[in-house]
Design a protein around this ligand. Structure first.
Ligand SMILES: *Cc1c(COP(=O)(O)O)cnc(C)c1O
Length: 385
């Protein structure tokens, strides 16, 4: 089945009791048993819920995997993956990634004895060099948040396979419509379903997709034992979001391309981070592993003062100043003080995330209106060079 069809039909089975075409929201904590131990596969809703089961099936189908697992947030999904490990195990991860992932690794799991090596993953040699006999997991994000760096998923998978290490890819920025890491050799795909999967900025949720049954069972055991499960209403919302994921991502990519080019030619803009540019260092790899380049763009002004950045951040009218991304509406964000504030400043600067970087989540409005909005906001900095 082609992708566009999968987004509409994955996980959707008419309700056997009523014929309802949409999966009902099974708002229940428990299930009545006919006799002790005699039940329909549903015992207690932390372990199983039919709305969640429909979503988990859909997640697997649209990522091209065998099994899906839904969590109460993206970081809860990440948390479950790290709980596969034990003290002394080592993880190789990127030096540019979502701030909350960095916080979870460095502030929570470090004290449980898990060792994290942060490397520049745009060069596979850095990853290969960081492998030790204790390495159990490679954690990759591509494109990265917020610098839009690209890691070669196939290359990472080769290193992982050769050394018997798991590879997990945070696929939030691309979404299953633009990139499918399992098909490139990853073992686990992680999503913040809060973002493109839900698509409407109305739910917090996370997801994992896996091919290997034993690995799925281990992660399911963690999911039910640790309990970070999403409620049925949230599962319903993400199921609904997935139906339009294909056409939304087409429009996000279309608008993203227009805005990236507008910014690149703007006289007040110094640098634009977007993997669709042919001169982006990761462009060829991005082109080979992504269907299109999406709607996430970061940029810096020639005037690199906080005052100028603040004028743009507060000056847009259609782009709302907010954390998060992937919704139908456009957002503007200041990583240094918002999404990535939990990363120490020296670390951020060292990895190329400047104090004045501005990140855009380009929505699906009319691109001309979005460009006019950015143009007027950047214009507010004129005469302050
Ligand atoms: C938002 C985000 C997360 C965390 O997900 P939550 O749903 O906020 O817990 C992880 N990775 C990336 C790339 C994100 O953008």
């Amino acid at each position: 089945m082609k992708k566009a069809t999968q987004f509409i039909h994955a996980g959707a089975h008419p309700d056997p009791g009523t014929g309802a075409i949409m999966t009902p929201i099974f708002q229940t904590s428990t299930y009545v048993q006919e006799a002790p131990g005699v039940h329909k596969g549903y015992e207690y809703a932390r372990s199983q819920n039919p709305t969640r089961a429909a979503l988990e099936e859909a997640l697997a189908v649209i990522e091209g995997g065998q099994f899906g697992l839904a969590f109460s947030s993206g970081v809860a999904a990440t948390d479950a993956v790290i709980k596969l490990l034990k003290p002394g195990d080592e993880v190789i991860c990127g030096n540019d990634m979502y701030g909350g992932t960095y916080r979870l690794f460095s502030k929570i799991f470090l004290k449980f004895g898990i060792v994290f090596h942060y490397v520049d993953m745009t060069d596979l040699k850095n990853v290969a060099d960081a492998v030790t006999p204790a390495t159990r997991l490679i954690w990759a994000e591509t494109p990265t948040n917020p610098l839009m760096n690209i890691a070669d998923i196939k290359g990472l998978a080769n290193i992982a396979k050769t050394n018997n290490i798991l590879l997990c890819v945070d696929n939030t920025f691309a979404s299953p419509a633009l990139q499918n890491p399992l098909s490139l050799g990853a073992d686990i795909v992680m999503h913040s379903a809060t973002k493109y999967l839900s698509g409407h900025s109305d739910v917090i949720q996370g997801a994992l997709v896996i091919n290997d049954k034993a690995l799925r069972d281990e992660l399911y055991f963690i999911q039910k034992s640790c309990g970070a499960v999403p409620g049925p209403m949230d599962c319903f919302l993400v199921l609904r979001g997935i139906k339009t994921l294909g056409i939304r991502m087409e429009r996000h990519s279309f608008n993203g391309e227009k805005i990236a080019h507008f910014l690149k030619t703007h006289p007040a803009v110094k640098k634009v981070y977007w993997p669709g540019f042919t001169d982006h260092p990761g462009h060829e790899i991005a082109k080979s592993q992504m269907h299109s380049f999406g709607g996430m763009i970061s940029f810096e002004l020639k005037n690199d003062t906080m005052d100028a950045a603040r004028k743009v951040l507060s000056g847009t009218k259609l782009f709302s100043l907010a954390e998060s991304l992937g919704g139908v509406e456009s957002l503007i964000n200041h990583p240094a003080s918002m999404t990535h504030a939990s990363i120490p400043r020296e670390e951020r600067i060292k990895n190329g995330l400047s104090d004045t970087l501005i990140r855009l989540s380009v929505g699906i409005e009319d691109a001309d209106d979005l460009i006019a909005d950015l143009d007027q906001a950047i214009g507010l900095t004129a005469g302050h060079e």
